[in-house]
Design a protein around this ligand. Structure first.
Ligand code: AMP
Ligand code: MG
Length: 323
């Protein structure tokens, strides 16, 4: 079908964000992020925040007066209560405007917004966010997961260590700042098993090290160690697939040290490194709207009765007919 624009809503965890995107631009985006007062993300509190503010966020997008041909929402993976809140709003909007409803896989959306914004075509993707850490690449109609964390995501590991240091959530950016002042490398568990990763032991060891070393040194070591693990798996995926592009996405992708390490690896291998503009790293409505537009073009829409959310939705369950 002819489709020009889609309204997309993101709400898998902390980010509540809606946008209207077309093929060549984001027309409007409105957001109201959930920020925990203390501790990490509480699923019920985040969902309550989304329920309280989704009306205003959508109203702000609609007040642009820009029309749309479909409504997309983040169907998963994510926190069940948050996903259900956003899906309910998306269903109501699709019915009220009599347009198709589109369920978007959040991980696929991180990849597609990166391809769209950087112009890379068929990359090995390092997707690093709060809950997820995966290395993916396209093969035979889908984004295949070549390697991933076996326990917590790298973002959660950083955030947990940040809370241990008394930093407010999210800890990732604050750890990046502290790491710049670090002077010595402290050995931490380096856990790569085949193509998979594990971060929880490293995080416990970092807490232990923080009793004996400065927080700057531990933050520096935590970054060097975990990012080397991520770069190693990404490099191996490049070698196995024979591809020559690397794309980074997800909130932790905003980290400049991680970007530098990936870029150095790519330069050594003759591959090209791609990073989207900063605003597209963390969860955002634009990525859902744009991926919804791709899906609408290929009639990948949902009936309301088939639009249940899926907290464990994996990216390799989604057909990718546009690549
Ligand atoms: P996402 O779930 O994709 O929105 O990403 C959120 C995660 O990104 C949180 O765990 C943040 O701590 C992390 N994050 C954001 N900025 C940075 C940064 N500059 N360095 C490391 N982690 C970051
Ligand atoms: Mg994300």
């Amino acid at each position: 079908m002819e489709c020009k624009r889609v309204l997309g809503i993101e709400g898998t965890a902390w980010s509540l964000s809606a946008a209207i995107a077309g093929w060549d631009r984001v027309y409007v985006e409105a957001s109201n992020p959930y920020v925990p007062e203390k501790g990490g993300i509480h699923p019920m509190a985040a969902a309550q925040h989304h329920a309280n503010h989704i009306g205003d966020v959508i109203k702000e997008v609609l007040s642009s007066g820009i029309d749309f041909d479909g409504v997309a929402f983040s169907q998963g993976p994510g926190l069940g209560p948050c996903l259900r809140t956003v899906a309910t709003a998306a269903r109501a909007l699709a019915l009220a405007y009599d347009v198709p409803l589109i369920g978007v896989n959040h991980c696929v959306a991180h990849i597609e917004v990166g391809r769209w914004q950087t112009g890379c075509y068929d990359p090995v993707v390092l997707y690093v966010s709060g809950a997820n850490s995966q290395v993916l690449a396209y093969r035979a109609g889908r984004y295949r997961i070549f390697g991933e964390t076996l326990d917590i995501g790298i973002g959660n590991a950083l955030d947990k260590f940040g809370r241990y240091l008394g930093l407010q959530h999210p800890g990732g950016p604050k750890i990046e700042a502290l790491a710049k002042e670090g002077k010595q490398y402290i050995e931490l568990p380096y856990v790569v098993k085949g193509m998979d990763l594990s971060f929880s032991g490293m995080m416990s060891a970092a807490k232990d090290a923080a009793q004996r070393y400065s927080k700057e040194d531990v933050c520096f070591s935590l970054q060097e160690n975990s990012f080397a693990m991520l770069v190693e798996v990404t490099e191996r995926a490049l070698a196995h697939t024979g591809k020559n592009e690397v794309l980074i996405g997800g909130g932790v992708g905003a980290n400049m040290r991680l970007q530098k390490m990936l870029e150095d690896m790519c330069n050594d291998r003759g591959a090209r490194f791609y990073a989207p503009p900063r605003r597209y790293f963390g969860d955002n409505g634009s990525m859902i709207a744009y991926t919804g537009l791709l899906q609408l073009k290929y009639d990948m829409t949902l009936e309301v009765e088939d639009s249940a959310v899926n907290p464990c939705y994996r990216p390799d369950e989604v057909d990718i007919p546009w690549l």
